[in-house]
Structures are given as C-alpha cells and as structure tokens.
Design a protein around this ligand. Structure first.
Ligand code: NAP
Ligand code: 3JN
Length: 338
C-alpha cells in the first residue's frame, strides 16, 4: 500500500491533537508524521501509534518531501505558510477561514461536494469549512436534493472547545471557582461562560452580525453550490465542552413531510437520526462528543410557512467539525488523486 509523509501544523492545539488521533484511528497510510507548532512548543512530545514524536517549529523549510499538510495553526499563520507548503508540492488541507471563500480553493465536506476536491490543483490548497457549517450541510444537502431549499434560519449552541485549549480550561476554572465561592477569571471570553450563554462568536462586523454568522451564510452557499439559498444565522457560545448543537428552520420549494425527511436522512452518509420524543430521544452534545456522525432529531413541521421543517442538529465540533472532515478529505485525495 502506498504511504505518505504527513505534516500536522498546529499539532499541539485542540484541532491538531484530534487530527493526530483521527489519523491513527482511521489507519491513514502515514509513512512519516511531522508535528509542527509555534516556537513555544519545540521539545514537546506527542504520541502517534505508540511512538513519541517531537514537536518542531513551523518554518518555511518544514515541508520538504511532505505530500499532505493538515493545517490548524490559526488564520494568519495558514495564510502565510499554506502557499509556501503548496509550492513545495504538499497538498494543504486547511482548517482556518483563510482560504475558504477563495474561488480557486475548493471548500469541501466529502459527503456533500467531494467531487470538487479535484480543484485542489489550482492552488494546492483545500479548505475545511467552519464546524457549524459542516454539521448543517451534511443534513441540508440530501433534503435539498429532494425538495430544494429556499431559506434557512439557524441558531447555534457552540461548545467552548471551538475556541481552543485555553477556552476549555477557562470553563473548567470558572466552574471550579464558582463552586468554591472564589471570583472567576475571564481571559478568553469577554463575559463569564460558566452557567451562561454568549450571543457572540468571533468578532462583530458593521452590519451587527458576527464573523462566525457570516461564515455560516457564505460557506453554506459555496458547499451546496447554490447561491439562491437564503441563510441567516445567530451563533451562541454555551457552557458545553464538546459538541455543537443547532436549531435549524428550513423552508423548501416543495412539500416534504417530517416522515419523508427522516427516511431521507436515515440513508444519508454521515448522518444518524435520533428522533423519538415519546422516549425522550433526541441528539445531545454529550452523546455526540467523540463520535463521527452528525445527529439529527426533533424533525417537525413549521406550519407558519408553506413548506417548512424545524430540526435539531448535533455533532462533535472537533471531530466532524474539524479533524475528521479534514482526514476524510485526505482519504478522498489519496484514493483518487495522489
Ligand atoms: P488552539 O488549541 O489554540 O491551538 C492553536 C495551535 O496553533 C497550536 O498548536 C499552536 O501552537 C499553533 N500556533 C499558534 N501560533 C502559531 C505559529 N505562529 N506558528 C505555528 N503554530 C502556531 O486552537 P485550535 O482550537 O486547535 O484551533 C486552531 C485553528 O483551527 C483556529 O484558529 C481556527 O482557524 C481553526 N479551527 C477550525 C475549526 C473549524 O471549524 N473547522 C474549529 C476550530 C478551530 P502552540 O501550542 O505552540 O502555541
Ligand atoms: O468557535 C467555534 O466554535 C469554531 C471556531 C472556529 C474558528 C476559531 C478561530 C478562528 C475559526 C474558523 O474555523 O472559522 C477561525 C478562523 O480561522 O477564522
């Protein structure tokens, strides 16, 4: 079997760590694994298949003889280093927003638009979408194919792991401080996140929306390859460690009954329907954590519009929302092109 030299850039982060675990769990054909992070992490060691690997500093010469780069070192770092890696023949799968809306960079969720991976040749870069977009489009696409979506209204309930390792620590510390009646510290978020909800993810833009909300709108259209779909989003940070949840309202062109939607989604790749309210069964973040599937439930009619459905979509934001989706892209890449 052909094997590949793989680099993980941002290896010490929440996403990078999960990428290493996902490569191992899915038995990706790795010849050598190179782990890259900032100069702060040089000398740290991480484990891959029982082997201790030293973390190296991400530099311009880090990509000699590397065929695949899985990137999550932050937007500015990807912006600089992805083209440098690509110029050396490394296909970069980038988890940041740096290249997502670049018309010469495919933005891929394999279950939805895997065919577009072929366009990686344009820049040597493939973009991984935002986590909240990924879990929504794996559910929207099979429904769109049957009843054509006109408009989507989404509200998210996003876990702190989406902000990285420091935010996971901040939630833990605030819960402990409150339990021990000590004052809380706020370093990552502008407000207390423990026992609270913050309608604020990424920075605010002039139009009153946050950048996270705008990413969901623009990325959904690009991945679904349909710019006629109207999307509006409200993104909210909640005190959950892993697993983003979404309330999604969909207006279709044609009628689609909840039972039909359930049947379609039961057959959809990467989707699992959990929808039996009589037994209190619906998707939960704590159950989705560590799982590969995107879970959907609470599928019901929205009678306020001619052809509307409401549903609840949950996935592990660090797995399907980031690391797993990136490794799935790499799997298609090696199966078809490398
Ligand atoms: P994190 O836990 O804070 O980790 C950041 C990683 O980037 C660490 O490995 C860090 O290395 C590395 N890094 C920072 N500055 C660097 C530099 N100058 N050179 C090389 N490496 C550098 O954050 P995370 O949650 O893993 O997220 C990282 C990025 O992934 C985010 O900024 C975002 O763009 C993307 N992301 C995407 C999704 C998605 O929706 N698909 C979800 C979450 C994150 P050190 O440990 O050495 O500092
Ligand atoms: O907040 C979340 O739940 C997901 C965060 C993603 C994120 C965090 C910092 C920078 C991104 C992203 O993937 O869109 C970025 C970015 O690259 O813009």
């Amino acid at each position: 079997m052909k094997t590949y030299n793989v680099a993980v850039a941002g290896a010490t982060g929440a996403v990078g760590n999960e990428m290493i675990a996902t490569l191992e769990q899915r038995n990706f054909p790795v010849k050598n694994l190179i782990l890259l992070a900032s100069s702060r992490s040089v000398g740290k060691r991480l484990t891959f298949k029982g082997q201790d690997i030293k973390v190296e500093e991400l530099k311009e010469d880090s990509f000699k003889d590397i065929q695949i780069g899985l990137f999550s070192p932050g937007g500015a770092v990807s912006q600089k280093f992805a083209p440098i890696a690509a110029a050396q023949g490394c296909v970069v799968i980038d988890n940041t927003s740096a290249f997502r809306m670049d018309p010469d960079v495919p933005l891929i969720v394999p279950e939805v638009n895997g065919h577009a991976i072929k366009d990686y040749t344009k820049k040597g870069i493939i973009a991984n979408p935002n986590c909240s977009t990924i879990q929504m489009v794996v559910v929207l696409k099979p429904l769109h194919d049957v009843a054509k979506i006109k408009r989507v209204v989404v509200s998210t309930y996003q876990a702190v792991s989406g902000t990285g390792q420091k935010a996971i620590f901040e939630l833990e510390q605030q819960v402990l401080a409150i339990y021990n009646q000590r004052p809380i510290e706020k370093k990552v978020y502008p407000h207390q996140i423990a026992f609270n909800c913050l309608p604020h993810i990424d920075v605010f833009l002039e139009n009153g929306y946050t950048k996270e909300e705008v990413k969901m709108v623009n990325e959904t259209k690009k991945i679904m390859e349909d710019y006629s779909i109207k999307v509006t989003a409200t993104t909210v940070r909640v005190p959950v460690f892993y697993g983003h949840s979404e309330s999604v309202n969909i207006e279709f062109e044609k009628d689609i009954a909840p039972e039909e939607a359930r049947k379609i989604l039961e057959k959809a790749p990467g989707v699992k329907v959990i929808d039996d309210p009589s037994k209190n069964l619906y998707p939960l973040a704590i159950d989705a954590a560590g799982k590969d599937e995107t879970f959907v439930g609470r599928i019901r009619r929205d009678d306020t519009v001619p052809h509307g459905l409401n549903m609840w979509i949950v996935a592990d934001n660090i797995r399907k929302g980031a690391a797993l989706n990136a490794v799935q892209i790499a799997e298609v890449l090696i199966r078809k092109y490398l």
